[in-house]
Write a protein that binds this ligand. Sequence first.
Ligand code: RIB
Length: 311
Amino acid sequence: MHENEDSALYDLLVVGSANADLVIGVDRRPAPGETVLGSDLAVHPGGKGANQAVAAARLGARTALLARVGDDAHGRLLLESQQAAGVDTGGVLVGGAPTGVALITVDPSGDNSIVVSPGANARLTPQDIRAAAALFGAARVVSVQLEIPLETVAETARALAPGTRLVLNPSPPAPLPEDVLTACDPLVVNEHEARYILGILGDDTAGAAPEDWARTLLTHGPRSVVVTLGAAGALVADSRTGDCVRVPSPEVDAVDTTGAGDAFTAALAWRLGLGEELAAAAAFAVRVGAAAVTGQGAQASFPTVAEVAAL
Ligand code: RIB
């Protein structure tokens, strides 16, 4: 819980990327050197940071976004989407490079492949973080991902006000400084990210179970770890209680998984900021993630609380 309740104007401050998602449906992905035909192109607001902010706001969280977009049509699309969801965009910086773009293919099972051109996201600097001290002082929880420079993520961890919780989804995965790892509460990883980080840390857990990944990750500093398991839900591990429990997901028909992890993390971060225990917050978040895979695109598929309850 935030040290000074009166100063917590935001349930969640998201620091991260904002991309225009250029999406094509394909029967299958091309092999190297091969060309395939796909669906008509769809352009959606996306980016892991922008997605988290919209997901939280749609659930009713008081949310602010600290990001950078270009002074261009994609940047305006992203700002409009944030504002329509009720996100405070006072911290969104404009200019310096074109808005980030994600090239996304979605296959018939709803799985996606993504290549991101960071653009303006790469120009979100540590100085931008320091200049946003007022936002950091007003947030119960800060959530960050890795589509912005690593030094900016490290500055985000240093900028936390006393009592503010940091939620980190290391996506796309990269080697994490020790002070960032130890600030996480929780570190939120999918199976790919868990294996990558454990590999970097020199732990050979390739054949092990997610429970082993989570326990090993805890030994490297995070106060808690959440492993997302797709249709199988999630696993939470907390160093304070020693608990390591699985949280099942409701069964749904997946249409497009893009952004489901972002919706999960946003919901988790919001509920943790309200004081919920990790397992309870994750139980809510898996329902949000499940709802998010039932619609096309990222932000358009994020549910309201009523839609989560109806799942
Ligand atoms: O997590 C999904 C997001 O990843 C997409 O919206 C895309 O922009 C990439 O950042």
